[in-house]
Design a protein around this ligand. Structure first.
Ligand SMILES: Nc1ncnc2c1ncn2[C@@H]1O[C@H](COP(=O)(O)OP(=O)(O)OP(=O)(O)O)[C@@H](O)[C@H]1O
Length: 228
């Protein structure tokens, strides 16, 4: 589903952000991406959606070689991949329902389909009674659940989450994690960059650790620290 082969990436200034990284993530896996601030987690996620191209190596995502993919094919490829961020990134002037509907409108889905899918996905994330609110009328946890609904409404093969609980308190974070787990159980691979020790240690999923751009650990049912 996702395959990195000897991938390196430098930004214009500074030392490489990602150095000779190789790993493979299968369909339906749940993977935590951990590492110190600045270790390269966000860069890996950006490489997975062709927001960046590597300087060296090969990247395969959903059966496509992202290195050789022409730019005009990138939007269509991205339909396979939902992305959520620490800061939610909802459209402030659209309601909850409109934010989710927009994700389907831009890929040309018919209105009839949108009208059935949006309430269904908002029920899944527990926000069916708040579909007419605007983002500023929601708590942080609710905003993140809208962002998840928007990322998942198209049923992507892969969901990438860059510190999705970074702005949330522990209890709200667990609500978001339960949702990501449920989405994962539908067969969608979830890759989540996080600094949250408690979440990683209690969920015991695969852990890929990045240390100064290099893959330093790839552990099945891993924990945050190595103290076991
Ligand atoms: N657009 C950019 N231009 C130049 N350097 C960048 C850019 N984005 C990231 N970097 C550098 O690349 C390295 C990796 O950054 P990245 O954001 O991938 O780390 P991270 O592990 O996601 O960090 P954090 O946990 O703080 O979000 C850092 O040294 C960072 O300064």
């Amino acid at each position: 589903m996702i395959k990195f082969e000897n991938v390196s990436k430098s930004y214009s200034k500074g030392s490489p952000a990602v150095k000779d990284v190789s790993f493979e993530i299968d369909r339906g896996e749940f993977v935590f991406l951990i590492g110190a601030s600045g270790s390269g987690k966000t860069t890996l996620i950006r490489l997975m959606v062709r927001e960046e191209k590597p300087d060296e190596g090969t990247i395969w995502v959903a059966g496509k070689n992202l290195v050789t993919m022409p730019s005009w094919k990138v939007p269509h490829f991205r339909r396979n991949v939902g992305v959520i961020f620490q800061d939610f990134r909802l459209l402030p002037n659209k309601t909850v329902a409109q934010n989710v509907a927009f994700a389907l409108q831009v890929i040309g889905k018919p209105n009839r389909f949108i009208a059935t899918q949006v309430p269904q996905i908002l029920r899944l994330v527990g926000l069916e009674d708040k579909m007419d609110r605007f983002p500023h009328q929601l708590s942080g946890g609710e905003q993140q659940r809208v962002a998840i609904a928007r990322a998942f409404v198209n049923r992507p093969l892969i969901l990438l989450a860059d510190e999705p609980t970074g702005n949330l308190d522990p209890e709200t974070s667990w609500g978001v994690m339960n949702l990501l787990e449920r989405i994962n159980r539908t067969g969608t691979a979830v890759v989540m960059a996080t600094h949250d020790v408690g979440i990683v240690d209690s969920m015991r999923r695969r852990v890929i650790e990045i240390d100064d751009g290099r893959l330093s650990r790839d552990q099945v049912r891993g924990v945050y620290g190595l103290g076991v």
